[in-house]
Design a protein around this ligand. Structure first.
Ligand code: C2E
Ligand code: CA
Ligand code: CA
Length: 530
């Protein structure tokens, strides 16, 4: 059970880590892929624009060359030279000489004039940024073209007619071809050329990328179907997710390790919050009559999984981590609540509880004790505070002052584990306690070892001198009871009568003792009557 719990919680943390990282990985991967797609599409738009600008630059260079060679005339020789020039440059379809208003004077290929659907006036042409060129659409039957006009002096101009061929648009990656369109237009909206889908495949949910030239009145638009973006260039998705999941596993393992490292103290805090520290009750009885005179409260940790943890497994940590005070008050409060009716019914019944020296010497101990006991409507006389002398009581003077204060309020104080601790017996006198508790160590050996009997006799004599009572711990046999009684020990506790019991068990024990007492009283009465 204990081993499966950490494994389960580790599995839960690993799963949680994977889920969190998978989510983060998914968000990061989709974001990354989306950003990459946007960047690529912007770049594609730029490529088309750049190619268009290059075509215009090329046309300009051609016109400059022709003008420089004095060919801006309609003389047959000039026209022939221009035709050769055009022939050598596939992008330029034709060159025309025009008037300053844009009207055509002559064409290198005069027959092409028949293919014109229209020819714009200079007023409808758009200037380049440096105003040296005018751009306009040439509508032709074989498809539209781009006219680039360059003034030659004040009266004339040369126009290069550029074919907007598919190479300009041939930039779409194969995956996007069936889902995208590319359009080149003038700034006034006149379309110059496009790579478009067939009418029945028209884009319904498209995203547009647009870019305008800073040098020429040109604009490029790329339109992409949104649906294709979920698959295009998404190769990075699964590698990213795999890395994210691996990181999630690693994170989960590290987290569960970290939790285990901060574990014990955090466990104590959780147990305190949940009230998992419970008082168990061990009877303290009169060694001669076996009558139960009180009980000692012993802490048990009742864990969620049903295990009962003994105090030695958590008291030292509670003490070193500063949780012992809260734990002690929680236990005392619970024990007082449970035992209140018993304490009220029998004013001689005493409740003993264990307090570490550090706690007693700490600020506010006496005050809190008084208010806790008063709130339970229990008399201070019925409360015994057990302080171990196993650990050295560093500040004996201060300890004695606190013991004195406690006694002034009516509380009783017992020195626990007497005989095995650091203090010499004479120091015990200085503390001013009411009771000494002889450690189980002496009870274990009292029947076998004569020197133990001597020590116990000494302790009893000393206690009598100091007006203290004596309780022996860990009594398991009748033989031990006899030996302790002959040494003069008055009270004891041990498995012989009962181990520490949960409250219900302790109530049953008390009830059976009352029944036994009633029967023996009846029997005694019967003997007397007889
Ligand atoms: P302790 O105060 O000396 O308590 C007596 C211990 O002896 C108890 O162990 C009790 O169960 C055990 N015992 C009693 N009779 C017999 C017996 O006949 N045979 C055997 N073998 N053992 C017997 P437990 O309950 O395990 O407590 C151990 C120690 O833990 C206690 O020693 C006490 O020092 C400490 N402790 C327990 N509860 C508390 C608490 O609430 N606060 C503090 N500060 N310490 C506590
Ligand atoms: Ca004790
Ligand atoms: Ca003890």
């Amino acid at each position: 059970m204990k081993a499966t719990r950490p494994r389960l919680s580790m599995a839960a943390l690993v799963l949680a880590g994977m889920a969190a990282f998978a989510l983060a990985g998914h968000i990061a991967a989709t974001r990354f892929i989306h950003d990459q797609q946007m960047r690529q599409l912007h770049e594609l738009t730029e490529v088309v624009l750049h190619r268009s600008e290059l075509a215009v630059d090329f046309a300009t260079a051609s016109l400059d060359d022709l003008a420089g060679r004095g060919l801006a005339t309609c003389a047959p020789a000039s026209l022939q030279a221009i035709r050769l020039h055009v022939y050598q440059r596939s992008a330029v379809k034709d060159v025309r000489l025009v008037n300053s208003d844009g009207s055509v004077i002559c064409s290198a290929y005069s027959e092409t004039l028949e293919f014109d659907k229209g020819w714009v006036d200079r007023a409808d042409m758009l200037a380049s940024r440096d105003s040296k060129l005018m751009l306009f659409r040439v509508e032709q039957f074989g498809g539209d073209a781009l006219g680039v006009l360059r003034d030659i002096g004040d009266k004339k101009a040369l126009v290069a007619i550029l074919g907007i061929n598919s190479s300009l648009f041939d930039i779409m990656p194969a995956e996007l071809r069936a889902h995208g369109e590319v359009l080149l237009a003038l700034k006034n909206g006149a379309r110059l050329g496009e790579f478009a889908l067939e009418a029945d495949k028209a884009l319904t949910h498209a995203i547009d990328f647009e870019k305008s030239s800073t040098r020429y009145p040109l604009r490029v638009i790329i339109r992409i179907d949104k649906s294709v973006l979920s698959t295009w260039n998404s190769q990075a998705y699964w590698p990213t997710m795999t890395v994210a999941l691996a990181l999630g596993v690693l994170f989960g393992i590290l987290l569960s390790r970290a939790r285990r490292m901060e574990g014990p103290v955090a466990d104590l805090d959780r147990a305190l919050t949940r009230g998992e520290f419970r008082p168990y009750f061990q009877p303290i009885f009169d060694l001669r009559t076996r009558e139960i005179r009180g009980c000692e409260i012993l802490a048990r940790w009742l864990r969620e999984d049903g295990t009962v943890v003994p105090p030695m497994n958590f008291i030292p940590l509670a003490e070193s981590s500063g949780r012992i005070e809260a734990m002690t008050w929680q236990l005392l409060h619970q024990a007082l609540t449970d035992l209140q009716p018993q304490l009220k019914a029998d004013k001689d019944f005493k409740l003993s509880f264990n307090v570490v020296p550090r706690h007693i010497l700490g600020a506010g101990f006496v005050e809190t004790l008084r208010s806790t006991v008063a709130a339970a409507r229990v008399s201070a006389r019925q409360i015994m505070i057990e302080v171990t002398e196993r650990d050295e009581l560093d500040d004996l003077t201060r300890a004695a002052a606190v013991v004195g204060e406690l006694r002034d309020y009516g509380f009783r104080v017992a020195i626990d584990d007497v005989g095995v601790g650091h203090s010499g017996l004479s120091r015990l006198k200085g503390l001013g306690a009411n009771t000494i508790k002889i450690d189980k160590f002496f009870v274990d050996t009292i029947t076998a070892d004569a020197s133990t009997t001597t020590i116990v006799e000494m302790l009893v004599a000393l206690a009598r001198d100091f007006h203290m009572t004596v309780v022996a711990e860990g009594i398991e046999t009748e033989e031990q009871v006899r030996a302790l009684v002959s040494c003069g020990v008055g009270e004891g506790q041990g498995y012989l009568v009962a181990a520490p019991l949960p409250f219900a068990g302790f109530c049953e024990l008390m009830a059976s003792q009352r029944t036994a007492a009633a029967i023996s009283a009846q029997a005694a009465g019967a003997v007397l009557v007889a």
